[in-house]
Design a protein around this ligand. Structure first.
Ligand code: MSP
Length: 520
């Protein structure tokens, strides 16, 4: 595994405020970014806002505002939402930044100079919601299936990008996984698009749209909003628009998005990279779409779920964990407040929160709040379930190794929700151990034996916090603090070493603290 890990989210349109869909993409990307940081990789995680184009110009007009003023407001709302959810991006980029605009102009100029952009006339069906031209086969009953509106016919002089020249090279790259597209169904969908329709030259400028980056060689045109937007993935790294000059973190290890913008990411974007003499991203990962109560979110239905509402109800980490658990990563999800609430209580309040509180209470009440003096290795070898005691069953060491192994395998395969489930399963095992051995009684009857059990549980919770950290960082750190550990010091360790049994030293003072996830 290379030590560099560059991960991107799409940059979101500022036509509207963030909702659960954007939040899901961003939280999932954050989990991956944090996971790779936890494995001591050099991570760069980017997100931002896409601020030009007809759609945004129109929104600003409707609101009676200057488009830049409008964009400033909505972009700030995105930044605020991500800060509120502990998103750990290294940089938030806005396409209205001067540096980005200059780099886009420089890059397009070079594509023009080399003959990859030429003047033509374009006639096509344009969906402003998608900011994309559509072919007849994309439409359902004459309407864009994503936006439910009939696209408008646009016929104007336009600079065209000679995308057709990259068909064969890209088809092969995708087929051979040089540019990996996952899940594999999505890859096949893209390949069949290449086979069926192929790459055609596309309109790369608009004369009528004033809210955009002017083309340097002909300022009566602005750059097509997607050509501007895609380059954010490079300019966010400080790229100044020079063809053939690769920013240090490029290529991206993984670009996360949903299926609505897969096609453009698998055609226009890589074709632009080839034209600019840069490497293709290594992987596009496409997650599913969220419905709310089985329906598409819309203002008119009043079912839009916002990140602020999620945070208010479930707290930062509650919101993060519930989002990840709401869909199998790569496939569609359906959320409802009822289901979210049930899962909050089951996994967080009665799950992780209750377990940590039980173990710490036992320690406070029976062991003077101290990690007991025990033979640590012996504790690790202690059998987990009473009924297995005589036959010899799984012990804490085995459980810890097994959970770590399947957690890592699932994270590597990007099965984020499954990796989260491992943490919940571990929680269940530990909780069951307390009940199976009736530890509240055992510790009174046989203090030495009880203390060994309690050590094993405290140490397992320390480890659980490691696995949980990418998902629920604030809670993981609270757990370490309760265990008398310094989160900074804990995190400064190498992941594999940290997960060796016995990180928790006897004699350390613990304290229970506030409930981690108060019941709803
Ligand atoms: N601005 C473009 C992207 C440019 S990237 C160079 C754009 N913006 S967007 O605001 O419409 O964001 C689309 C993305 O937001 C989706 O690909 C997905 O990541 C996320 N989601 C928006 N709605 C969603 C759902 N209902 N469900 C899941 N995610 C969705 O397209």
């Amino acid at each position: 595994m290379s030590n560099k890990f560059y991960i991107t989210t799409p940059i979101y349109y500022v036509n509207d405020n963030p909702h659960i869909g954007h939040t899901y993409t961003t939280v999932a990307s954050d989990v991956l970014a944090r996971f790779h940081r936890m494995l001591s990789q050099e991570v760069f995680f980017s997100t931002g806002t896409d601020e030009h184009g007809a759609k945004i110009q129109e929104k600003a007009n409707e609101a009676g505002k200057d488009p830049k003023v409008w964009a400033d407001e909505i972009s700030a709302n995105f930044q605020f939402a991500w800060d509120e959810l502990d998103i750990s991006h290294d940089r938030f980029i806005r396409t209205t930044e001067e540096g980005h605009k200059q780099a886009v102009q420089k890059a397009l100029q070079q594509m023009y100079d080399k003959g990859d952009i030429y003047l033509g006339e374009y006639e096509g069906l344009y969906c402003q919601g998608c900011e994309q031209y559509k072919s007849e086969t994309d439409l359902v009953d004459g309407k864009c299936p994503d936006h439910g509106v009939e696209p408008e016919v646009i016929k104007e002089e336009s600079y065209m990008f000679k995308m057709s020249g990259y068909q064969d090279r890209l088809y092969e790259a995708i087929k051979r996984d040089e540019l990996e597209i996952r899940p594999v169904e999505r890859k096949n969908e893209v390949l069949s698009f290449y086979e069926r329709e192929g790459l055609k030259d596309i309109s790369f400028s608009r004369q009528k749209v004033k809210w955009g980056i002017p083309l340097p060689w002909d300022e009566s045109h602005t750059a097509y909003v997607w050509s501007d937007a895609f380059l954010n993935y490079l300019t966010v790294l400080g790229w100044e628009g020079t063809a053939g000059q690769t920013p240090e973190m490029w290529p991206a290890e993984i670009q996360i998005m949903s299926k609505d913008i897969l096609r453009v990411h698998a055609t226009i974007w890589p074709a632009m990279l080839l034209s600019l003499g840069l490497d293709l991203p290594k992987k596009l990962f496409i997650h599913g779409f969220f419905l709310v109560d089985g329906q598409k979110m819309s203002k008119s239905l009043g079912n839009v779920v916002t990140p602020a509402a999620l945070k208010e109800k479930y707290g930062v980490d509650g919101a993060r964990a519930l989002l990840i658990g709401s869909a199998s990563f790569g496939y569609d999800g359906d959320v409802s407040w009822e289901k979210l609430g049930e899962r909050f209580n089951a996994q967080l309040a009665n799950g992780i929160g209750n377990l940590v509180s039980r173990v710490l209470s036992l320690t406070e009440k029976n062991l003077d709040s101290k990690v007991p003096e025990v033979d640590i290795k012996e504790c690790g070898e202690m059998t987990l379930r009473q009924e297995k005691k005589k036959k010899g069953g799984d012990d804490f060491l085995k459980l810890s190794a097994q959970v770590k192994e399947s957690y890592l395998a699932k994270m590597e395969k990007l099965e984020l929700d499954e990796a989260w489930e491992e943490i919940i399963r571990l929680t269940g095992h530990l909780d069951k151990h307390i009940s199976d051995f009736e530890l509240w009684k055992l510790i009174k009857e046989d203090k030495e034996e009880g203390a060994r059990h309690i050590y094993s549980l405290l140490e397992s919770i320390r480890q659980l916090a490691w696995l949980a950290w990418p998902f629920i960082p604030e809670t993981a750190e609270k757990i370490w603090v309760s265990l008398g550990l310094d989160p900074g010091e804990e995190m400064s360790q190498d992941f594999n070493k940290a997960l060796n049994w016995g990180g928790l030293k006897s004699g350390t003072l613990v304290h229970k603290g506030e409930p981690l996830f108060p019941r709803l």
